[in-house]
Design a protein around this ligand. Structure first.
Ligand SMILES: [Zn+2]
Length: 165
């Protein structure tokens, strides 16, 4: 690991401990050349999960899609990105515990709904209502994007949605 401050290749680990997230190790490193310290995180590479869509097509699980969908549902709510990351970590942990490597997209969708229910009522209702209509975790996230400003915006009517329909 190169020093991010002086690019020296001689950094050493001064402390190592489990991170906040399961399966994560946090390492405190020090550069003997410039004495700067920095932190690195080591994580287990995620086992890819294959998602079976409603029409039986398969696609690889995409964390970013899930994060974006949840972010959209949590728009203007007091839910930070860290919290969203935690929610997705929890969902992924559950997905890894399923013995089959392939899961139906509806399983993922229901897990997201279940997780949001514990976190925020508005985000939960937004997500659940759009999701149930489409019943496909990948398609509905696309739809969520265009639907939200029209159907769920409780904000000032003067702020017009940017998206075109
Ligand atoms: Zn350095």
């Amino acid at each position: 690991m190169k020093c991010p401050f002086c690019q020296s290749p001689n950094t050493k680990v001064v402390d190592s401990r489990s991170g906040k997230i399961e399966f994560e190790v946090r390492r405190r490193r020090e550069c003997p050349d410039c004495s700067e310290r920095f932190t690195t995180y080591e994580r287990i590479e995620r086992t890819p999960v294959v998602i079976i869509k409603k029409d039986s097509r398969r696609e690889e699980y995409d964390r970013e899609k899930v994060v974006r969908g949840i972010q959209k549902a949590c728009e203007k709510r007091a839910i930070g990105l860290d919290r969203i990351d935690q929610i997705v970590d929890g969902i992924e942990r559950e997905l890894r515990e399923i013995p089959q490597r392939e899961v139906s997209s509806s399983v993922v969708g229901e897990k997201i709904i279940h997780a949001l229910k514990q976190v925020d009522d508005v985000a939960y209702v937004r997500f659940a209502s759009v999701y149930r209509e489409f019943a496909d975790v990948t398609d509905f996230i696309q739809e969520l994007k265009s639907m939200l400003p029209h159907d769920f915006s409780h904000s000032d009517p003067k702020t017009t949605p940017k998206e075109n329909s």
